[in-house]
Ligand binder design. Structure first.
Ligand SMILES: NC(=O)c1ccc[n+]([C@@H]2O[C@H](COP(=O)([O-])OP(=O)(O)OC[C@H]3O[C@@H](n4cnc5c(N)ncnc54)[C@H](OP(=O)(O)O)[C@@H]3O)[C@@H](O)[C@H]2O)c1
Length: 350
């Protein structure tokens, strides 16, 4: 059930304590999104980065729109996209799906990669003030809105020395009312710490799943009262349990080419991680959860600052992931048991 005015989500069928622990606010702002978001990378469809596949293959836009509408019905009010996803296509699909409901949800997008929309190719990066302003205007047009709730720097390894100018531009955009808050999508705690000093910095977006606990970034978020927006919460699909030893993803799927991620190697799920998943399967499935729901519950159980943003291509995936809200977080004992089984009792890293 969604409160139409504030966009906040009220759980049904859960205990009051579970509901309380799934309340979320973006950093120090008064923006209150649902504890679950939707990640809109895959629905951008095929695109490349310097000619290499960087999308998840073909998607059906009508199914993407239905999935976003279903998410709204199920109380999801946070949506994460980027101008890079399908070189604008994901933003267009999201804007179309939200339509008149835009005001009651929290829209997050990203900037920093340059692109050729006709060739659907990412061509490099640009974080100069003039470019950031142009990128912002283009995102607003595609999303069909006149403000962004959250604007995130997409270039995760930008040198800190270049980040100050970006931060100043973002503060100007906040002052102008074009964006409400900002953050950096980075896995590097030093960079996240630097951005955290910005008055209107509200989030760090970073990888977080039970194979990658990101304890340093969670500590940064706690130290600076920031929200942790969690990408790859399902280890790009591996944690759903649907991929096995014989699975091979197609050539146009980013999981076949991307070497920055450890979940898939050449489009095949990592045998070591599949074995680890087997070892914690029963805990994740506790309370009748699906594996995906258990993986999301582990994230919520790890920190009450987290908002996992699982990607999707179908209504069924969104229904499964949104269903995790009703189950709430794993208990502290369950989280500790998963961590001990995956990493040993004294080791927080993979
Ligand atoms: N640098 C960055 O800023 C960055 C990087 C990565 C991600 N992100 C953001 O984070 C979001 C999430 O990360 P991600 O999409 O890479 O990985 P993810 O959320 O871990 O995995 C998403 C994929 O898992 C599969 N899936 C999702 N729910 C499922 C379910 N219930 N049952 C079965 N399969 C399911 C779908 O793919 P298949 O059906 O094809 O398996 C889906 O595309 C992205 O969409 C994007 O918004 C940002």
């Amino acid at each position: 059930m969604t409160n139409q005015q504030t966009g906040t989500f009220q759980q049904t069928g859960t205990s009051p304590s579970t509901s309380a622990s799934l309340a979320r606010r973006l950093g120090r702002t008064d923006i209150e999104p649902s504890a679950l978001g939707l990640g809109c990378w895959a629905i951008g469809g095929p695109f490349t980065m310097f000619g290499q596949p960087d999308g998840w293959g073909e998607v059906n836009d009508e199914e993407s729109v239905r999935a976003i509408r279903r998410a709204l019905d199920l109380g999801v009010t946070f949506f994460d996209t980027a101008d890079a996803y399908g070189t604008g296509h994901s933003e267009r699909v999201l804007g179309r799906a939200l339509g008149a409901d835009r005001e009651r949800v929290v829209v997050a997008t990203k900037f920093g990669y340059t692109y050729d929309e006709e060739r659907r190719d990412l061509t490099g990066s640009d974080t100069s003030p003039a470019y950031v302003r142009r990128a912002c205007e283009a995102s607003l047009r595609r999303l069909g809105t006149d403000y962004l709730d959250l604007y995130q720097l997409h270039v995760g390894d930008l040198p800190v020395s270049e980040a100050l100018a970006v931060m100043e531009t973002l503060e100007d955009l906040v002052a102008a009312g074009t964006i409400r808050a900002y953050g950096w999508s980075t896995d590097d705690a030093e960079r996240a710490e630097f951005f955290a000093s910005g008055t209107n910095c509200a989030v760090v977006q970073h990888d977080l799943n039970l194979f990658r606990p990101a304890t340093d970034l969670l500590a940064t978020c706690a130290r600076h009262d920031l929200t942790s927006v969690d990408r790859t919460p399902l280890a790009m699909g591996l944690l759903t349990g649907k991929y096995g030893a014989g699975s091979q993803l197609p050539a146009d799927d980013v999981r076949t080419v991307a070497t920055w991620q450890p979940w898939f190697d050449g489009g095949r799920p990592s045998p070591a991680l599949l074995a680890k998943l087997d070892g914690v399967r029963e805990i994740l499935r506790s309370g009748g959860r699906s594996l995906a729901q258990g993986a999301l519950a582990w994230i919520w159980g790890s920190s009450d600052r987290t908002i996992p943003i699982p990607g999707f291509r179908t209504v069924a995936q969104v229904e499964d992931n949104a269903g995790a809200l009703a189950h709430g977080p794993l208990t502290p004992a369950q989280v500790a048991e998963v961590n001990a089984l995956l990493r040993g009792p004294d080791d927080a890293s993979v």
